[in-house]
Design a protein around this ligand. Structure first.
Ligand SMILES: Nc1ncnc2c1ncn2[C@@H]1O[C@H](COP(=O)(O)OP(=O)(O)O)[C@@H](O)[C@H]1O
Ligand SMILES: [Ca+2]
Length: 512
């Protein structure tokens, strides 16, 4: 005991040194933990925004998208923040009042100004894409369509946002961007990065086909199994390092509103009577129609006709789904096919492949008919049975049961449902066997299925062709590992020092 006390007395620095090292050790741990906590504190939300206006044949919608500024190249980070529905008809209806087209967008633009933080306005891209309605107007009245585009351009470019153009997009682009949207939202464009991704990626990643039904045009887009025979229907994408050969076709005039005009024109066969009995409308349904509204479209312009003196006729429903299907079938020409396989009107289509998401009017109509919400997929037989039952319901009963549904839509659901069935079965060749590959969808997550998101991702270069290089560990993981390893090292150091210190003491003791 005396020897020990002697030693401490002999070495007065020993205790102080231990205290200093212990203090440094504790301080070091506190510093490390504080750094980790501060570094991993969630950053304040730093979002960027983009605006796309979908100028459809029947209406215009303004979509606002949002994404975290630091992650814009990752897959699946862009989300729909808001949608504003423009009051009034689609911009193609303003050919006689082009200024009205631009004016109609103002309310939604003001709404976008309120929603997007002001400091982001200048850098927020805004663009407008017009689809089937404007494609038809351009065919019929090129000057009118230019005036309408200039008018909407004036409104958009006078907003504080970064104007990126107002243009008519091609049917091929409409199909392609719809396909990109649904697959982006489904997370199908998997990124290959990180140290855990040591395996080579499979050649083909499963993607979802896209079926879009509008009022003026309709698109089908999917990745087929083999080669795509026709160059004009073939798209090649390299996204996040994956390669895709995509088939797409857009049928102008086969949107449901134009298809109705063609179906009616086929029944009139150029002679307009005072009344037309039509199986595609409910029994008791009567509508006074103008002959001009049917024949003024470029989709029916080929047909010559003679009309009665008033230029109007009464459309009278009989509600017979089977006969309606026969009438609708007549607008699909199945007699010639110059390729190995076709959909209709001699248009090449490879064998259907994989699952499909059907959106836009496909969804509106099938949702109304209760053909989307079942736990299990609805069969083709059930769709036909539902249509038979719905079409035969008297118009008066429908009106009483669905007081909150727009009368224009309600009156057309029998035709629209039958048209969808015929387009999918007779047109695209879906059968009872692969009918269950179709899902009728409105949204994926919080974002609407449609072409606008894909359009914006492309316009702003947000889908890289190669997977972006990212560090093998996420930031939080990196900091945590650094702290753990540092603690381990310090622990080792202290243990070593204590042991070393003890040995020295012991040997000192022995020596003393
Ligand atoms: N609730 C609804 N029920 C039935 N049809 C609807 C409903 N909402 C929209 N539609 C229809 O969806 C279609 C949308 O087409 P739109 O995008 O305007 O045309 P396009 O894509 O051919 O330019 C129109 O036929 C419109 O009448
Ligand atoms: Ca559309």
């Amino acid at each position: 005991m005396d020897t020990k006390r002697d030693m401490k007395q002999k070495n007065p620095w020993h205790r102080q040194l231990t205290v200093v090292i212990a203090f440094l050790f504790v301080w070091g741990i506190i510093a490390l933990v504080t750094t980790a906590v501060v570094q991993n504190k969630p950053l304040p939300k730093n979002s960027k925004y983009g605006i796309v206006l979908d100028a459809g044949s029947s209406h215009t919608s303004l979509y606002i998208y949002e994404w975290p500024a630091e992650k814009q190249n990752d897959t699946g980070v862009v989300q729909q923040l808001h949608v504003c529905h423009v009051k009034g008809p689609g911009i193609s209806s303003y050919a006689m009042d082009p200024e009205g087209a631009g004016r109609s967008l103002q309310d939604c633009m003001d709404e976008a100004k309120r929603i997007i933080p002001e400091r982001r306005h200048e850098e927020t891209p805004v663009s407008l894409g017009a689809t089937g309605g404007m494609r038809l107007l351009k065919l019929q009245n090129p000057e009118g369509s230019e005036k309408v585009l200039s008018s909407v351009e004036k409104t958009l470019s006078s907003s504080p946002f970064e104007f990126q153009g107002a243009r008519i997009i091609t049917g091929q682009d409409e199909g392609a961007y719809g396909w990109i949207t649904v697959n982006y939202l489904m997370g199908n464009f998997k990124q290959g990065s990180g140290w855990l991704n040591l395996w080579p990626k499979p050649e083909t990643t499963e993607t979802l086909g896209a079926l879009d039904l509008g009022g003026a045009s309709t698109q089908i887009t999917f990745v087929p199994e083999g080669e795509i025979e026709s160059l004009e229907s073939s798209l090649y994408f390299q996204l996040y390092g994956n390669k895709y050969n995509v088939y797409t076709h857009s049928f102008l005039c086969y949107g449901k509103d134009q298809a109705l005009k063609i179906t009616l024109a086929k029944q009139l066969q150029g002679h307009v009577p005072d009344s037309l009995v039509d199986p595609c409308f409910n029994p008791g349904f009567i509508k006074n129609m103008s002959v001009h509204s049917i024949y003024s479209s470029p989709c029916t312009a080929g047909e010559s006709y003679t009309t009665n003196t008033q230029g109007r006729f009464l459309l009278k429903g009989t509600g017979n789904a089977q006969q309606c299907r026969e009438n609708v079938k007549q607008i699909f020409n199945l007699t010639h096919c110059p390729s190995s396989s076709c959909s209709f009107n001699g248009v090449y289509q490879p064998q259907l492949q994989g699952n499909f998401g059907a959106f836009s009017a496909y969804y509106f109509v099938m949702a109304f008919l209760n053909l989307t919400t079942s736990e299990r997929p609805v069969t083709l037989v059930e769709v036909k049975e539902k249509l038979r039952e719905f079409c035969s319901t008297p118009w008066q009963t429908l009106k009483e049961n669905f007081t909150n549904v727009k009368e224009k839509y309600l009156g057309e659901y029998c035709f629209s449902g039958t048209y969808i069935l015929t387009l999918l079965e007779t047109g695209y060749k879906f059968s009872p066997e692969n009918w269950n590959t179709i899902r009728f969808i409105k949204k994926i997550g919080d974002s609407d299925a449609g072409w606008t998101l894909g359009y914006m991702l492309n316009l702003t270069n947000m889908i890289p062709s190669e997977a972006p290089c990212s560090p093998p560990l996420p930031h939080a993981g990196y900091i945590s590992l650094m702290v753990i390893f540092s603690l381990l090292l310090m622990g080792l150091l202290v243990t070593g020092w204590l042991c070393f210190g003890k040995t020295t003491c012991t040997s000192q003791k022995e020596v003393v």
